[in-house]
Write a protein that binds this ligand. Structure first.
Ligand SMILES: NC(=O)c1ccc[n+]([C@@H]2O[C@H](COP(=O)([O-])OP(=O)(O)OC[C@H]3O[C@@H](n4cnc5c(N)ncnc54)[C@H](O)[C@@H]3O)[C@@H](O)[C@H]2O)c1
Ligand SMILES: N[C@@H](CCC=O)C(=O)O
Length: 542
């Protein structure tokens, strides 16, 4: 029997400190040692069955110590993806018929498993596989993923409660069906939470899913799948395929039964996937929903009234946490000459020099390595380019070393030309470009901030002068989907700062909010007339 219920009141998972002497620190250390001491078989999961993909095998390594192999996985073949699509289609009928509460209970149970017995595993896998410090793993793999699961269950209920008006003799209802087809979720390396949210949000709304995480996030994705199974997710609802993804775009994205694409990753990849769907537009049963959150060139603009200590902290944390590999990371800053020349330059350089990257198992390190050899080479190439460029000075950093891990020094570049690539291109590494402007040019600099880059993801203004805040607020209305005042532009929290940007940064469907979940339902409007008319003539006919 249906009942009007409400899921438990959601709350943000408290962030643990892992400070010296705490039990949580020792427990995580033990799990890190176990996880690092095993060579994991990183299988696909299709229709509930785990097996290695049929294509070329590859190793998953620790980015900060790339000779250490964490596990072996393999490229999904076209046949593997076709099997995953079949499994998603086979499971769709029963899952769509499962009540919302039953579906939500699976994900709420997964949240509590992650908060409790699985916490060390998901954090440890994220630290080892994606080279995150304990703090960065905790806010991502544990807290943000738990928050996505808890709050989505709550937001989904809000959608169900959204019902049309009825009039005497007529009952109007909205029935929230899943999409008319399966969803493909393709996820990035940098957030275990995002990788977990992209398949589970559509599944909560009754869709079945083909999920392709990225090879460098495979270890944490493997355990995310195990948590979902432990929470009672039926076989075939989420089907995990492994590898780089060409077979996924060739087979899953071109299948006539594709209902939607839930993507997070780079702008280039998203455009390519959208084009693939566009090229097959005439073949789909229904128009696929496309949600994609992509790259950023996130800014901090400071007014001469800014508090320098708060500004330096925000720049250093915003640019160098997780080695600058957050889509929200500060990668360009516009700073007034008066502050720059009265100590800000030295303070920024000094604090940046104290940032230590190394093995994340050493908890005294601030961060680890960049994700892989490709990212490393891209940053190295940039440093080589700017070395001969008279318009760019290296204030601090610029060094790289890949002998053990893919290490790139926290780097501050100072550029005199605000049109230079360092103010426009997303490098996705620990590289902050600074442009120093004359104090009187604040209005002009706001125009620059808006126009220098094609992205519009996150950004921040630092000022104590209220009119300067107000001016930035207005002028930068479309420059960031997440705008911060006197705070770093990273670290959004589910339910507090719904996340996403527009322009080249994505479709801005705000992950972890009601706006995102709405994209995964296809409502049916039902009108029931209790006593229907029995005469076709209208009164005006006499
Ligand atoms: N806006 C956001 O919310 C947000 C959040 C996190 C990351 N990001 C962005 O993600 C990027 C970093 O992540 P990344 O390096 O993993 O991105 P990426 O574009 O390299 O990869 C993303 C996913 O696409 C897959 N992929 C690549 N080519 C494919 C193909 N031909 N067919 C199918 N799948 C394919 C990858 O294997 C991976 O799973 C950055 O640009 C960052 O800004 C954005
Ligand atoms: N919630 C994260 C999202 C980062 C994406 O890569 C942040 O706001 O920093």
């Amino acid at each position: 029997m249906d009942a009007v219920t409400s899921p438990p009141t959601p709350y943000n998972e408290p962030v643990r400190s892992y400070a010296p002497g705490t039990e949580e620190r020792e427990s995580l250390r033990r799990r890190l040692a176990e996880l690092g001491g095993t060579r994991h078989e990183l299988t696909q999961t299709i229709g509930g069955v785990q097996r290695l993909a049929g294509g070329k095998s590859f190793d998953v390594v620790r980015p900060h110590d790339h000779s250490q192999v964490l596990g072996v996985s393999a490229e999904a073949t076209r046949e593997d993806v076709a099997e995953a699509v079949r499994a998603a289609k086979d499971a769709s009928g029963a899952w769509a018929e499962t009540s919302y509460d039953e579906r939500a209970a699976v994900f709420l149970r997964a949240a509590d498993l992650l908060a409790g017995p699985w916490r060390d595993t998901i954090n440890g896998a994220t630290m080892l596989g994606q080279s995150k410090s304990v703090q960065q793993a905790e806010i991502d793999a544990a807290c943000e993923l738990i928050d996505f699961l808890r709050f989505n269950a709550h937001y989904g209920r809000r959608i169900l409660a959204e019902q049309p008006r009825s009039t005497p003799g007529v009952w109007n209802r909205l029935e929230y069906r899943p999409l008319d087809g399966f969803v493909t979720a393709i996820t990035p390396f940098n957030f275990t939470a995002i990788a977990g949210n992209l398949p589970t949000a559509p599944a909560l709304m009754g869709n079945t899913v083909v999920w392709k995480p990225t090879p460098t996030q495979q270890l944490a994705a493997h355990f995310t799948m195990r948590v979902l199974e432990a929470a009672g997710l039926p076989p075939g609802v989420i089907n995990l395929v492994t590898g780089r993804g060409e077979a996924v775009s060739e087979v899953a994205l071109t299948d006539p039964g594709l209902g939607g694409l839930h993507f997070t990753g780079s702008t280039g990849t998203f455009r390519m996937l959208w084009r693939t769907i566009g090229e097959h537009l005439d073949t789909y049963r229904a128009y696929p929903r496309i949600v994609g959150e992509t790259g950023g060139k996130d800014f901090v603009v400071a007014h001469s009234s800014a508090d320098p200590a708060a500004l330096v902290t925000a720049l250093v944390r915003g640019a160098f946490e997780y080695q600058g590999q957050k889509c929200s990371a500060v990668s360009r800053a516009y700073l007034p000459r008066s502050l720059w020349e009265s100590g800000l330059r030295e303070e920024l350089a000094d604090v940046t020099r104290t940032i230590r990257y190394g093995d994340i198992s050493d908890f005294s390190n601030f961060g680890g390595a960049v994700i892989d050899a490709r990212a490393f080479a891209k940053h190295r190439a940039l440093f080589d380019r700017v070395a001969d460029d008279p318009s760019v000075d290296v204030l601090v950093g610029g060094g790289t070393d890949d002998s053990v891990g893919y290490f790139v020094e926290p780097t501050v570049l100072v550029g005199t030309d605000p049109g230079h690539e360092v103010f426009a291109t997303e490098y996705f590494g620990p590289i902050l470009a600074v442009h120093v402007y004359e104090d009187g040019d604040y209005s002009r600099v706001l125009d620059l901030v808006d126009e220098a880059s094609p992205y519009a993801l996150t950004g921040a203004v630092f000022a104590t002068d209220r009119s300067a805040v107000e001016q930035a607020h207005r002028r930068l209305r479309f420059t960031a989907g997440n705008f911060y005042v006197n705070d770093k532009p990273t670290g959004s929290v589910v339910s507090q700062q719904p996340f996403g940007g527009s322009r080249s940064s994505g479709t801005n469907d705000k992950a972890g909010s009601v706006f995102n979940l709405v994209r995964w339902t296809s409502p049916r409007s039902v009108k029931e007339t209790f006593v229907p008319p029995t005469d076709h003539r209208y009164p005006h006919m006499g």
